[in-house]
Ligand binder design. Structure first.
Ligand code: RB5
Length: 148
């Protein structure tokens, strides 16, 4: 599966590790940067990954900043994106099952590689349940349309 990956400086170290984890799992990783730990602005990277996912270039994206919070806020501004910050496998699972989340954001300063690998693996392998949850996702889409 193709996965778009990006971070800011605070998420850079974990991004490098996550890229290896994703490749080991057999995924096609598109790493949009940054490629050093020099200070950058997380919305720039959030937007690029979010637009790639929203336009169908990949089913999933992963964004990493210090907390994962700024990345989630920024990515969720792009219509069609449902980005969730999760550092717990159960939350990652629920985000897929009930919310059909398409971007996972991770807190680079608060999670280690092993935990990130666990969260990622659950996120990427859990299917959306559909049914009553689809109706709710559709309502989120209606909110997006009414805001345009
Ligand atoms: C950068 O210092 C930090 O603010 C950023 O990585 C992120 O945590 C924002 O939400």
């Amino acid at each position: 599966m193709r996965v778009y990956l990006g971070s800011d400086h605070a998420g850079f170290e974990l991004k490098e590790q996550v890229a290896d984890v994703l490749r080991d799992l057999g995924h096609d990783v598109v790493d949009i940067g940054p490629y050093t730990d020099e200070s950058v602005d997380y919305p720039d990277y959030a937007e690029r990954v979010a637009r790639a996912v929203a336009s169908g270039e990949a089913p999933f994206g992963v964004l990493i900043c210090g907390t994962g919070i700024g990345m989630a806020i920024a990515a969720n501004k792009v219509p069609g994106i449902r980005a969730v910050q999760a550092s717990d496998p159960e939350m990652a699972k629920m985000a897929r099952m009930h919310n059909n989340a398409n971007i996972l954001t991770l807190p680079g300063r608060y999670i280690d590689k092993e935990r990130a690998a666990e969260v990622l693996s659950v996120f990427l392998s859990t299917p959306f349940e559909g049914g009553r949850h689809q109706r709710r996702i559709d309502k989120i889409g209606q909110i997006e349309q009414s805001a345009e």
